[in-house]
Design a protein around this ligand. Structure first.
Ligand SMILES: *Cc1c(COP(=O)(O)O)cnc(C)c1O
Length: 379
């Protein structure tokens, strides 16, 4: 099997054909010529699109190389997450979700409960979700590393315990990307992600996907997409596919700089709660090293400054880092996560997303902004 970089640059490309482009451009079509019986592959634009098909094949090759795994792409990560939860769970079912997962999960939990699904939640760290699994649990949802807390759970261990009870397992793989972690190889039934973040990496596309090996589960997710219409535009799908060619370059560079930044912040007196799964001293490091791939622990570093004012001054003082949400882009961003109100984080909590800048420039900018921000409070 080829290496990750080779796979990333070739993923999903069609067979070479004389005078055709390497990656065909986006196909804009609401409908296709359709004589006779309405059998595919392409009938109506909400059901399938050739640009999605190539991207779906590419993501399958990255999430689960050498298998027949199928991917279904969506208009956003939330479209993909909702598709798994809502296509699998029915009235009377039970599900276990993380209590510290993506900030919109609680809104989905409320909806599921309204539909008669029992939901239990527990934190990601220390595999706490194990304790709330029971024989009625139809679906276990994991997010590792978690956003924004960067805790890690043991996918193999949780998937084994879940499968022993007949429970399906989904893993939100947004932060790691398929180059950093392959949930299906670790035993999950669904790898789910927002492609908006590191997968596409340029901060200009919203996208989501679900990959599974069981064709029946893939068909259920695909049918859900058709029914609710959470489809990506052809242009977004094409931009995403184009971006996959640089995935290894971006992920490796951003992960290495994230680790260097975390190391540079380790001894700063104004910082508490520094987290990055690649730091050997991080509480999640041992587990992360056992299931994440190639030293790719993601581009996010999180830490807490003494208060809201210090955090705001820090963000305003950064010159190479945009104050913006989301993560995984080639341009560094950081934000005071507490401004959204959805996460259980302190007022001074910063989620920092490391981009592709020169590491020395970026680290110097951060240390300078920290000096200025926290000197103003005398420490
Ligand atoms: C951003 C994010 C999502 C949601 O994805 P969108 O593309 O914004 O809908 C889901 N899970 C995680 C871990 C995320 O970071």
């Amino acid at each position: 099997m080829t290496g990750d970089g080779t796979r990333a640059v070739r993923a999903g490309l069609p067979e070479a054909e004389a005078y055709e482009p390497t990656l065909p451009g986006p196909v804009f079509a609401a409908h296709y010529h359709l004589p006779g019986d309405p059998v595919g592959p392409y009938t109506y634009g909400r059901d399938a699109n050739p640009t999605w098909s190539l991207l779906e094949r590419a993501i399958s090759e990255l999430e689960s190389p050498g298998t027949d795994a199928e991917t279904v792409v969506f208009s956003s990560g939330m479209g993909a997450i909702s598709a798994v939860l809502l296509s699998q769970l029915r009235q009377g079912d039970a599900a276990v979700l993380p209590s510290d997962g993506y900030q919109l999960l609680p809104a989905l939990v409320e909806r599921l409960e309204g539909y008669g699904v029992t939901v239990r939640t527990a934190p990601t760290g220390e595999d706490a979700q194990l304790a709330v699994l029971d024989d009625r649990t139809k679906l276990l949802w994991l997010e590792t590393p978690s956003n924004p807390g960067l805790d890690v759970c043991d996918i193999r261990r949780l998937a084994e315990a879940a499968h022993a009870r007949g429970t399906l397992v989904a893993v939100d793989n947004t932060l790691a990307t398929p180059l950093g972690q392959r949930p299906l190889e670790l035993g999950a039934d669904f790898a789910v992600a927002s492609g908006t973040k590191a997968l596409t990496g340029h901060g200009d596309v919203l996208l989501g996907y679900v990959t599974c090996r069981d064709p029946l589960l893939a068909a259920q997710v695909r049918a859900w997409r058709k029914t609710v219409g959470a489809i990506p535009g052809p242009m977004e799908a094409w931009l995403a596919h184009r971006s996959l060619a640089t995935l290894q370059l971006r992920v490796d560079r951003q992960a290495a700089t994230a680790l260097a930044l975390a190391e540079a912040l380790r001894d700063r007196p104004e910082i508490t709660g520094l987290r990055h799964p690649g730091l050997p001293t991080d509480p999640a490091h041992r587990l992360a090293a056992g299931q994440m791939r190639g030293g790719r622990f993601g581009c996010v570093v999180s830490f807490t400054l003494p208060d809201k004012e210090c955090a705001e001054r820090f963000l305003a003082g950064l010159r190479l880092v945009d104050d913006a949400t989301s993560f995984g882009g080639v341009r560094s961003t950081a934000e005071r996560r507490g401004r959204w109100g959805g996460d259980a984080v302190p007022e001074g909590f910063i989620r920092f997303s490391v981009g592709a800048e020169d590491p020395d420039d970026l680290i110097a900018d951060v240390l300078r902004a920290l000096d200025a921000a926290c000197a103003a409070t005398g420490g």
